[in-house]
Design a protein around this ligand. Structure first.
Ligand code: ADP
Ligand code: MG
Length: 302
């Protein structure tokens, strides 16, 4: 999944090993750059009988793409690649080329029937926006079956709080300062939640003084440039938090707020924009703490 992960659990070495194996297993299925992965094969051939776990994550992802009205679209891969975010050989694509690639971006054209998936010609998938969240769900489930009741899993910015700290206090999860990722501008207290952050600071390049980030608006093929710098989503489901953090980032503040209002109740978010204004949905407001030395303007969304 092209990131660092850190698993801290109150359990045994075996518990940890099994958690690690689960993540490596998913990584082998979902790594678009590994010629032996299932997703690579599907992308190459356009049709494949899927491993059960792959079918499950693909099915859940498709549901989320629909719920999120295409702001999340797992068929965005060729566009992400064109901008150089896979090879890291970054470039601003030719406009016509982008429009051509966009014709093949539409999650609705992915067929998943039982364990068989089919993609139209030219379409390729990337579950990068949801894989870490799905992995978190899996690890939580495996650990819970083994009786682990407390832990904190940091899967490259998607953080799962399992139960409470052994002291019975809630876990405190920091949210990265986009300008200095070694520090946290704030933290949320939670138990049994998954906290996922998407930010324009995580991967980007600059050309002619303009910054292009790795989260792409599937409707335009352009890197998101709507004033948002970071969105953190807190919910009971890893894949949901991960999908939502990416999609709300694409939506920007106004649409994100509308989406939360009409679908809220089972998730909360913290959104930071480039003017240093912070927007926090009311469900998490009491559990959010701004770090000392940050003077962001706090706005509670109701
Ligand atoms: P990160 O991987 O940095 O934690 P995200 O969870 O937001 O961040 O996922 C971003 C990744 O998802 C990108 O690197 C890209 O591969 C892919 N992606 C970018 N934009 C979209 C989008 N609108 N819908 C689905 N996937 C996307
Ligand atoms: Mg995400």
């Amino acid at each position: 999944m092209d990131t660092f992960m850190k698993l801290d659990i109150y359990g045994s070495e075996d518990d940890l090993k099994i958690a690690e194996n689960e993540i490596c297993h998913l990584d082998r299925l979902l790594d678009t750059t590994n010629e032996n992965s299932d997703i690579y094969k599907l992308n190459e051939t356009g049709s494949a009988t899927l491993n059960d776990d792959f079918a499950k994550v693909l099915g859940e992802s498709l549901e989320l793409c629909a719920e999120l009205d295409g702001y999340l679209d797992i068929s965005i891969y060729p566009v992400v690649e064109e901008w150089g975010f896979i090879s890291r050989d970054y470039k601003v694509p030719d406009h016509k080329r982008l429009l051509k690639l966009l014709k093949n971006v539409n999650y609705k054209k992915i067929s998943l029937d039982g364990g068989t998936a089919e993609l139209p010609e030219g379409m390729r998938l990337d579950l990068g926006a949801v894989a870490k969240g799905f992995a978190a769900d899996r690890v939580i489930s495996v650990l819970s079956q083994r009786g682990v009741k407390s832990g904190i899993l940091n899967l490259g910015g998607t953080v799962a709080a399992i139960g409470d700290k052994p002291s019975s206090k809630a876990w405190k999860i920091g949210i990265c300062d986009p300008e200095n990722t070694a520090s946290y501008f704030g933290s949320v207290q939670c138990r049994d939640k998954i906290v996922a952050t998407s930010g324009s600071y995580e991967r980007y390049f600059e050309e002619n003084g303009k910054r292009y980030c790795h989260i792409i608006d599937p409707k335009t093929g352009m890197p998101v440039d709507n004033g948002t710098v970071s969105v953190t989503v807190i919910s009971d489901s890893g894949i949901k938090s991960d999908a939502l953090s990416t999609a709300l980032f694409v939506m920007g503040l106004d649409r994100a707020r509308e989406y939360w209002k009409s679908n809220g109740g089972d998730f909360d978010f913290v959104l930071l924009n480039e003017s240093g204004e912070l927007y926090i949905t009311e469900g998490i407001a009491d559990d959010f703490k701004l770090s000392e030395s940050y003077d962001f303007e706090m706005n509670i969304l109701k």
